[in-house]
Structure formats: C-alpha cells, structure tokens
Design a protein around this ligand. Structure first.
Ligand code: SF4
Ligand code: SF4
Length: 322
C-alpha cells in the first residue's frame, strides 16, 4: 500500500480547486490561498486567522438590484489543514447558516481537510474530548499527532471519493454522530453556562475586565465563531440607470454603533456592556439555542487583543463566584 503523501494530495487538489492552507508569511502563520504545495506550512500551530473568510467573506455581495436572481459563480475550494478547534467552530457555522443560501453555496463547494493541530493551551475548554472525530464535520482528516506515519480519516462520501480518485485507500471512515451526545449540552459546558449566569448581571465584574478595552473589534475578527454582520447597499445612481449591490459586511459587537438604532437609542452603550454581550452570546445564548458553546477555546481573541484581555482570566474569575 502506497504511503500517504500530503504534498502530492495538495498538488492533486490544486488541479481543480482554489486551495487555502496555513502558510508562513512575515513570521506569522496565516490561512491563505496557495498555488504550490511547497507553500503549505508543516507547523502544527494554530494559524492566526481561521477558515471564516472562505465561507463568510468579510465583504460579500449578496445580489445586485438590476438582476437579483442572477446566480453567483462559485469555484470549488478546499480548506486544507483546518484544526480541530476550527472544525468545532465550523459545526456552529453550519447550524447557524443552515438556511442561508449564500453560505450554503460556498459550503457545498468546499472540501474540508482537517489536521490534528494543538492550540497553544489545549487544556483550555478541553478541546480534545474522547471520540472527538465523530462529533466533527470534515471530509478528510490527517492525524499526525501520533508517532510514525500519519493516520488518515474520512468523514464523508466526498472525502472517500476524493482520496480514492487521488489513489489512496488506506483510510478509516468515521461517521458523523451529531455535534453533541444525545443532542444535549454536555455537563462541563452546562456548568460553565450556569457559572457565567451568576456574573452576567454583575456590572462591576464587566467594568473591571472591560476598563482597558479600546473597542477595536480585533477579537471578533479573529474569533472563528463570531459571525455578526451588517447589510449595506452600495453603488447605484438614480437617473444613471446604474443599479447598486447589497452586501453583507462582517461587524463587531465592540463597535460603538453595533447596537444603535434609528432615534438615537443604543443598546450597548458602554465598553462593559459590550464585553458582557460577547460573553453572554458565547456562554449563555448560543448554548441555550444550539446546545454547544459559542467558544471553541482557540485563544485567538487573547492573542490579537492589543491590551491583553484574556478570556481564561474572565472565565476563571466567573468560576470563583459563589
Ligand atoms: S477562545 Fe476567543 S477567539 Fe477562540 S472561540 Fe473562544 S471567544 Fe472566540
Ligand atoms: S481585541 Fe481587546 S481591545 Fe479590541 S475589542 Fe476585543 S477585547 Fe477590546
């Protein structure tokens, strides 16, 4: 049986797809489009950015007003080397955007190739639970976390077909068994949610942690589970017969106009209210609605924060409240 050769697989995928993979650029590990297998980083670190822009572009034209039913041309794409934590975030996106035709058009044209990448602090939120693979959606997964030859898994028929056409059949197939056991929030996440409820209305708690926040929104841009967006209309001039376009543009709950409405009201006026909203969404609202946490423990929010606001410290402080 031929050995698995990841470089050859990337070369094969590049023939018919746009491929995104982790690359080293200016001392940073970033997910970017590649054109050559040699560009793919062999680092087992988590890239600074996530898969998010490839499935939910930062600035996406939804339709143009002249021809709103015109279908967008979508090229088949591969997200190669996506980590376990980002695969968890992908589950959340798939649930959240299940009925969104724009997300689904991209998602249906995307092959997901996962990698066993360990985040800097794997104990945070215990990202490696037992039998994690059957709770994730991927097409192919390359597991180099053990010694010796990598072990190759498939998680979909598409993954199996891709590997077979490529000429590799020595894989193990894992059936998806749902994002959470029994369709219910797991006990650890339930405990975290209950603990967060104890502090959610404690004004002083949020003021203390938000005092240094400069409301730059970097944490939400980097976070693989943040998806809030604005709808904006652009272009189009009356009298010039030029139609405009409607776009969705990613936004951040830290921006001061995020929750402002006509008439001047703003539902998130202060820094503390915005930080509280971020945590409420991830640790209370999302688990109540979707039975999974809205945080996958990647720590990107902390790594990009210019003032070092650390999610671990906030959760630790919340866990001590009686
Ligand atoms: S650790 Fe931070 S960036 Fe990562 S998923 Fe959780 S909130 Fe988002
Ligand atoms: S990255 Fe840090 S400073 Fe910027 S909005 Fe987020 S918490 Fe505030």
């Amino acid at each position: 049986m031929a050995k698995f050769n990841s470089s050859k697989l990337v070369e094969y995928l590049l023939k018919n797809n746009v491929v995104f993979a982790p690359v080293e650029r200016e001392n940073e590990l970033l997910f970017q489009e590649i054109h050559d297998p040699k560009e793919v980083s062999s680092s087992m670190r988590l890239p600074k950015n996530s898969f998010k822009p490839f499935l939910l572009p930062h600035d996406e034209v939804l339709f143009d007003f002249e021809n709103p039913k015109k279908k967008k041309k979508i090229s088949p794409q591969v997200i190669y080397g996506i980590s376990i934590v980002d695969l968890k975030a992908l589950i959340l996106f798939d649930q959240m955007f299940a009925k969104d035709p724009h997300y689904q058009a991209l998602r249906q044209n995307t092959l997901i190739v996962g990698q066993c990448i360990v985040p800097d602090d794997p104990k945070f939120l215990n990202v490696f639970e037992e039998n994690i693979l059957e709770r994730l959606k991927f097409d192919v997964l390359i597991d180099r976390c053990r010694k010796g030859e990598p072990k190759i898994f498939t998680g979909s028929r598409l993954g199996q077909q891709t590997l077979e056409k490529f000429g590799f059949t020595n894989y193990e197939h894992v059936d998806f068994k749902g994002s959470v056991e029994g369709g219910k929030l797991d006990p650890k996440s339930q405990k975290l949610k209950e603990q967060m409820k104890k502090v959610i209305n404690d004004k002083a708690f949020w003021e203390k942690f938000a005092k240094d926040c400069i409301m730059c929104g970097k944490c939400t841009v980097a976070c693989p589970t943040c998806y809030c967006f604005d709808l904006v209309d652009e272009g189009g001039e009356i009298g010039k017969k030029q139609a405009g376009v409607r776009k969705r543009r990613l936004s951040s709950c830290f921006y001061d106009d995020f929750a402002s409405i006509a008439g001047g009201e703003n539902f998130l006026k202060t820094k503390a209210e915005r930080l509280r909203n971020y945590y409420m969404h991830k640790f209370i609202r999302t688990p109540e609605r979707q039975q999974i946490l809205g945080c996958v423990g990647c720590l990107r929010c902390f790594q990009v924060c210019p003032v070092g606001i650390d999610i671990r410290k906030i959760l630790e402080a919340a866990s001590k409240v009686k």
